[in-house]
Design a protein around this ligand. Sequence first.
Ligand SMILES: [Mn+2]
Length: 319
Amino acid sequence: MKQGVIIGFLGKTQDRFSEYQHPVGTREKLEIVKKIKGFDGVEMVFPYETGDPVEIKKWMDELGLQFAAINVNIKKEAEWVPGALSRPVKDIRDRAVEMIKKGKEYARAVGAPHVTCCPLSDGYDVLFQVDYKTAWRYMIETVGEAADYMPEIPLFIEPKYSETRVHCQLDTTAKALLLLKEVGNTNTGITLDMGHSLQSQENPAQSLVTIYESGYDAYIHTNDNDTRADWDLVGSSRHFLHSVELMFYAREYNYSKYFTTDASPRIFEMVDFFNRHAEITQGVWDLAGKLDRAKYKKLMAEENYNELMRLVNKEIYRI
Ligand SMILES: [Mn+2]
């Protein structure tokens, strides 16, 4: 298995109340990735961290790092704070699509396998705020246009229930999948963020299976939370068994992309925070690999729930 990190978390972050860590340039962020045991993957935010593709590629090669993905940010610019892809003003939507297209060009220039986009600002805060009909139709149209462009660089869409809008447009894995079905371009996929999935009251493993069984590709972001908010906690710190189940099914589908952490150190010392994340994620992957999947699947087919629970106690919790 391969692990990487969204390098935005290796610099200064902030929430409504506080600022955390220190501002750091892209080169220094890449050097920090090198210090994390088990990480060599990088997800870089376009266009805010990416810079000159030739120089970035040189740094990546020099440090022996690989691109996990390019993350296209379409929420930061002032005009996109209230939404981007689903907005009624065509120029605003067009510029958001253009940004995704430019992100694909960048991905190709640096050799990144795909782009991922989380349209966080598309959605609404109160009722009677947006026209659900046009919002949905524009979403299909804009994602479709971005997906069609440069098909060799697939577009992954990341759903999330809440934040930055109180209710995001793509609020579940199922909603994002429905969007992709409407778009009808198979060079697309879902970025399954473990924490987002939990906040949407899903079981991430079941969501992963649903993505694959619907004929789409999946890319996994690892982290954890309390299911009420997207706290970006260190992996498996609250949902250990969910992590094992996710890895069980990731192995079932021969998942070979990066497991990219979308966890935020906040008050924790940064490098050690990610070391703990890397070791638990690797450990859970290894543990899932030791389970006799044929035995588990047979017991499921036989509906032998008590024996399955006994196995979980013995082989996963080890009590
Ligand atoms: Mn994520």
